[in-house]
Design a protein around this ligand. Structure first.
Ligand code: TNX
Length: 486
């Protein structure tokens, strides 16, 4: 199982077998809980061919939201004995996490899209589980190479299988603006028309974005939209001449240099623009956070950068959202409730900024580029990906502790982890999957499992066990030689 649960005790000599007469019982009524029950039943109907009706009250598999609040919002208990399966939680979200565990206890063929032969056995077990951190994310860069709604749904499905609960979408950068903004239509009319390498690009209409948000919410995953500022803005600057300090629109950019673009920090129009963008993005985002980027603003003079960040942050807060940004923003003063995302490589500057973030009262999400970056090559022979932060083996990506990686950072400031998947070199889903698997499940485990459970030697055996699941799901994963895939 990945992530490893907090406690798990086998019930020896007890084996549960799912039969064609089984029912899914739902105790505690809410729409969200019944959607969790339907989600499980729908999945298993396809592979088992059993009718699996969802009924109120106790069933063969019982899902109950009558659990004590001591389990927390995402905690759950799961019991499998020879006659029944019970998942108990205090919330529909906890129920969903427990159902995710149940899916991993079933044979891998339970995930198949066609009817499979049984038996459908689960070894008896009692599990009690809850996450170490509330923020467990994956980031997809849809700016450098655009991904369709269907592809993003697949990312959500694969990430939620490992109990990740945040989908960070990098929606704007030099190479493309990917979300519709009604008040600034050229952002997508012009700014979405290509991508790295000159491909067709694309963008999410409001309906597309709503579909992604809803699909994610059904899997208890919150979308964190990122509008990168003040650098990484060529797509916007190329769409509106007036946004440029000199009033001239640069050409569309499809190469991969960073750090050459900047919003015009001294123009009022810049803040009118951001006000509109954040308002429209906030309106479509039920989640609590908008990410304003803030990284690599190499062509924004530093004093301008320090003036810009609080003004941009204030506009996020004005529209009811918490500010999130890459660690550079911690050099500026941040509004209460901000979240700073560390992407350093053990360098002092990045760590100082992150400690500064915590000293300001901000919370920290850990994405160390030399460990958590899913776009770094595994080794010299990896056919795509980058290597500026190093080569990141599966072991390297797993073997660190989010609480202690940055010396002197208060452990209480860290709220979680995220694996960013930048897409300069990744122009299709197969390549994204190859870079994310098998490293993303390890990031998920760092976010969920207690520090005492993190152990490479036992983890790599559990990781090997996931391969049959990925084969069933058609995941294009890298058979890293460090793992005995057997
Ligand atoms: C740095 S990480 C960037 C991105 C690149 C990435 C490639 C960060 C906040 N900025 O613009 O895509 O490296 O690994």
């Amino acid at each position: 199982m990945i992530p490893q649960p907090v406690t798990q005790s086998p019930l020896p000599d007890q084996t549960f077998t799912l039969q064609s007469s089984a029912t899914v019982g739902l105790v505690g009524d809410s729409d969200a809980a019944s959607r969790v029950a339907d989600h499980l039943a729908t999945l298993l109907r396809v592979s088992t061919g059993f009718p699996l009706p969802v009924e109120p009250g106790t069933g063969t598999i019982t899902l109950s939201t009558d659990g004590p609040s001591s389990l927390g919002a995402e905690g759950y208990e799961l019991r499998v004995d020879s006659t029944a399966v019970t998942v108990t939680a205090a919330t529909p979200e906890g129920l969903f996490r427990g159902v995710t565990t149940l899916r991993q206890l079933l044979p891998a063929k339970a995930e198949a899209g066609t009817e499979q032969a049984g038996p459908w056995e689960i070894d008896g077990v009692e599990i009690s589980d809850a996450p170490r951190y509330p923020y467990r994310g994956v980031m997809v860069d849809v700016s450098r190479h655009f991904r369709s709604v269907a592809e993003i749904k697949r990312c959500i499905d694969l990430a939620s299988l490992y109990k990740l609960n945040r989908l960070h979408l990098h929606l704007s950068d030099d190479q493309g603006w990917r979300v519709q903004v009604d008040s600034w239509p050229d952002l997508t009319k012009h700014g979405a028309s290509s991508e790295v390498g000159g491909g067709p690009g694309g963008h999410y209409t409001k309906a597309d974005y709503a579909e992604i948000v809803m699909y994610a919410a059904d899997r208890f995953m919150t979308v964190v939209p990122e509008i990168d500022t003040p650098g990484h803005t060529n797509a916007a600057l190329s769409s509106y001449a007036d946004l440029n300090a000199d009033g001239e629109a640069p050409p569309y950019y499809t190469a991969t240099e960073v750090g050459f673009s900047s919003l015009a920090v001294h123009k009022d129009l810049t803040y009118e623009f951001l006000d509109d963008v954040f308002r429209e993005v906030a309106e479509q985002t039920p989640g609590d956070v908008i990410h304003l980027g803030g990284d690599e603003a190499h062509s924004t003079p530093h004093s301008d950068y320090l003036a810009f960040v609080p003004k941009a942050a204030e506009l996020v807060v004005k529209h009811g959202k918490r500010v999130m940004g890459w660690h550079e923003i911690a050099d500026a003063s941040l509004p209460a409730g901000s979240i700073v995302q560390y992407w350093g490589t053990d360098d002092d500057r990045a760590q100082d900024l992150t400690r500064n973030a915590a000293a300001q009262g901000a919370e920290v999400v850990m994405s160390p580029a030399n460990r958590a970056y899913l776009d770094m090559k595994y080794d010299q022979d990896t056919p795509y990906g980058l290597d500026w932060a190093g080569l990141i083996s599966v072991e390297t990506s797993y073997s660190w502790d989010p609480a202690t990686l940055i010396p002197g950072l208060a452990e209480s400031a860290v709220i979680g982890v995220e694996g960013p998947l930048w897409s300069e070199t990744l122009d299709d889903m197969a390549k994204l999957e190859f870079m994310a698997f098998p490293r993303l499940p390890g990031i998920a485990e760092l976010g969920w499992s207690p520090a005492s459970a993190l152990d490479w030697t036992t983890y790599k055996v559990r990781l090997a066990g996931q391969a049959t699941r990925w084969d069933v799901l058609g995941v294009n994963f890298y058979r890293a030689p460090e793992i005995d895939w057997a």
